[in-house]
Write a protein that binds this ligand. Structure first.
Ligand SMILES: NC(=O)c1ccc[n+]([C@@H]2O[C@H](COP(=O)([O-])OP(=O)(O)OC[C@H]3O[C@@H](n4cnc5c(N)ncnc54)[C@H](OP(=O)(O)O)[C@@H]3O)[C@@H](O)[C@H]2O)c1
Length: 239
């Protein structure tokens, strides 16, 4: 493990209470590749509520304070939040199931929250040197790859997230040419989100394995990869 002074700064995981988010957090804490690792989410000390922009701004301000006090720079922002099913509803099998409350919620969690994270956290990323912003998206958000239909809201919210990531990557590169901003497809992972849909035959992997693989991708990506949707094996997927 590199001495603290040589390790690349602060890593922040948003959505650290989820199946994948918790595994990403644990892995980052265990491998010591960042001098400090911070967990944010709905139940963190500075709780983030995507419906309240002020909570996102306050969390970003707290991170800025930590950077100032510690002298560390924000070198990794990893967003692992997401919604597919729950109290707000279930993914649609047909257009007849389209429902305003479900659509609003799936877009709030998968698209609007991450958009405001970009607004409040990207200004904290350093202007020089390597930094990575990774947003866990999903292959089903790929329009080119959509052969099955269904899941209107989830697909559309992740497609919109991919567009936000692409757009922000362009602005971030202007600010810091060494930056990488990308959307990540984790594969099918054994979490509460996938549980009702993990059909036999689908390759379901434990969150620890998915986290290891995604962090391997994050370590390997280069500025030329910015603005892409990449899977856990480092393959670029079509938008
Ligand atoms: N599991 C899979 O097979 C699979 C496949 C493709 C893509 N993904 C994507 O992977 C990411 C992680 O999902 P997961 O499998 O770990 O699911 P999960 O265990 O259900 O975790 C969901 C995460 O979303 C956050 N979240 C949920 N509702 C929220 C809300 N209203 N406001 C703010 N945050 C909210 C939770 O954060 P806190 O509890 O920390 O607040 C939690 O981190 C998601 O983006 C998902 O779309 C998963």
């Amino acid at each position: 493990m590199a001495p603290v002074a040589q390790r690349p700064g602060l890593a922040v995981v948003v959505g650290a209470g989820g199946g994948l988010g918790a595994a990403l957090l644990a892995q980052l804490q265990a491998d010591g590749s960042y001098a400090r690792v911070l967990a944010l989410g709905r139940s963190s000390e500075r709780p983030i509520d995507y419906a309240q922009e002020a909570s996102i701004a306050a969390a970003a301000q707290a991170v800025a304070g930590i950077c100032d006090q510690s002298g560390l720079e924000l070198r990794l922002l990893l967003v692992a939040s997401g919604f597919l099913h729950g109290e707000a509803g279930q993914p649609e099998r047909s257009w007849s199931h389209l429902d305003m409350a479900y659509l609003q919620h799936v877009f709030l969690v998968n698209t609007l929250g991450p958009a405001l994270l970009i607004k409040h956290f990207f200004p904290l990323l350093p202007k020089r040197g390597r930094c990575v912003a990774g947003f866990v998206s999903a292959r089903v958000g790929s329009i080119a790859d959509n052969a099955l239909g269904g899941w209107y809201g989830y697909r559309a919210s992740k497609a919109a997230l991919n567009q936000l990531v692409k757009t922000a990557s362009i602005e971030l590169t202007r600010r810091n040419p060494d930056s990488v901003c990308l959307a990540l497809h984790p594969g099918t992972v054994d979490t509460a989100l996938s549980q009702p849909f993990a059909k036999t035959g689908l390759k379901v992997r434990p969150p620890q394995q998915a986290a290891r693989e995604l962090l391997g991708v994050i370590t390997a990506v280069q500025p030329a990869d910015t603005g892409t949707l990449m899977d856990y094996q480092g393959q670029t997927l079509p938008f």
